[in-house]
Design a binder for this molecule. Structure first.
Ligand code: FJE
Ligand code: FE
Length: 302
């Protein structure tokens, strides 16, 4: 039995790892490579998460002009830089450690292309929006690396992209309640991170080797996605002699019907048909797509 009930430190019911997926490289966009974990055939949807891609792009490869509707994309740069450019003239470059939290809502058409020499790497997470938020105005939240809240304690460093950890809060507003934490554990470190009971949560390992859920479980290394079972938080250990880096992401499930057609994610087939119609006819949020092309001049089939 746990020693203390309802203590602010320690977990009563640590979550266990219920499934593990190794994300292998595949081609996406134009010449880009992604390791897709959520969103592949075996794991279509982990409510509210639609896609998790660890991407790698080297010019001239990239993700030229393409639309989105009905969800959010969260791009977190790990190395290099990506320039995004949208049909309303919103343009910017995000570099290592920066985050772009884009709420596509009723519609965005944009390009995401490498902005530097060499290989650009990062994570892109697609978070579904509830039916009441699918058609909201698009919105961007951009946070540069230096403004991302960080906390350090007992060999644990956390960058708080969304939510709260080690007493530090992120300024990001999440329409679908979400936490997104980037942890680095020194050798020997032990983490206990609360996660709301009713949320779905996963770990994706970026570097090193970690033990998750139970102290006796086998070590997990980079490019593995771990789905967590029920409980009130995550326990993780770094029993190796190198540093361990992983993200912990959690979100409140929407529990709504889902119909997806590529970059359009709605609740019903009628809404998808309407979306294709809107995109083809430049209506209901896609008006500005009629005359817009990014600097690349290319477009992405989907
Ligand atoms: C997309 C194919 C795509 N993962 N990771 C079809 F590749 C994309 C797309 C991305 C993407 C972009 C970045 Cl910067 C990082 C990504 C897929 O843009 F949206 C559709 N529909
Ligand atoms: Fe996109």
């Amino acid at each position: 039995m746990p020693e203390k009930e309802n203590s602010c430190v320690g977990l009563n019911e640590p979550r266990l790892v219920v499934r593990k997926f190794l994300a292998r490289p595949q081609h996406e966009g134009v010449g880009a490579v992604v390791r897709r974990s959520i969103g592949r055939f075996e794991l279509r949807y982990f409510d509210p998460f639609l896609v998790l891609d660890e991407f790698s792009v080297t010019a001239p490869a990239g993700f030229p002009d393409h639309p989105h509707r009905g969800f959010e994309t969260v791009t977190y740069m790990l190395q290099g830089a990506v320039t995004h450019e949208d049909f309303e003239g919103h343009k910017g470059t995000i570099g290592t450690g920066d985050i772009q939290w884009m709420t596509a809502g009723r519609g965005v058409v944009h390009s995401e292309m490498p902005a530097a020499q060499g290989t650009q790497k990062g994570l892109q997470l697609w978070i579904n929006l509830s039916s009441k938020n699918k058609m909201i105005e698009p919105r961007y939240q951009e946070i540069s690396s230096k403004d991302i809240a960080e906390a350090t304690r007992d060999g644990i460093k956390v960058r708080v992209i969304a939510g709260e950890a080690l007493g530090t809060k992120s300024p990001i507003y999440t329409r679908t309640p979400t936490m997104y934490l980037d942890f680095t554990l020194d050798p020997g470190a032990h983490l206990q991170q609360p996660i709301p009971d009713s949320w779905n949560a996963f770990v994706y390992v970026l570097e090193g080797e970690g033990i998750f859920g139970r102290t006796k479980s086998s070590p997990v290394n980079a490019h593995n996605l771990l789905l967590l079972g029920s409980g009130d938080g995550l326990e993780a250990w770094n029993k190796s002699n190198k540093s361990l880096r992983f993200i912990l992401v959690g979100g409140e499930p929407l529990c709504e019907p889902l119909v997806q057609f590529g970059p359009f994610v709605m609740n019903t087939q009628e809404e998808i048909d309407q979306t294709i119609d809107d995109f083809e006819n430049y209506t209901n949020g896609f008006e500005k797509a009629r005359h817009w092309r990014s600097e690349s001049g290319l477009s992405l089939d989907f």
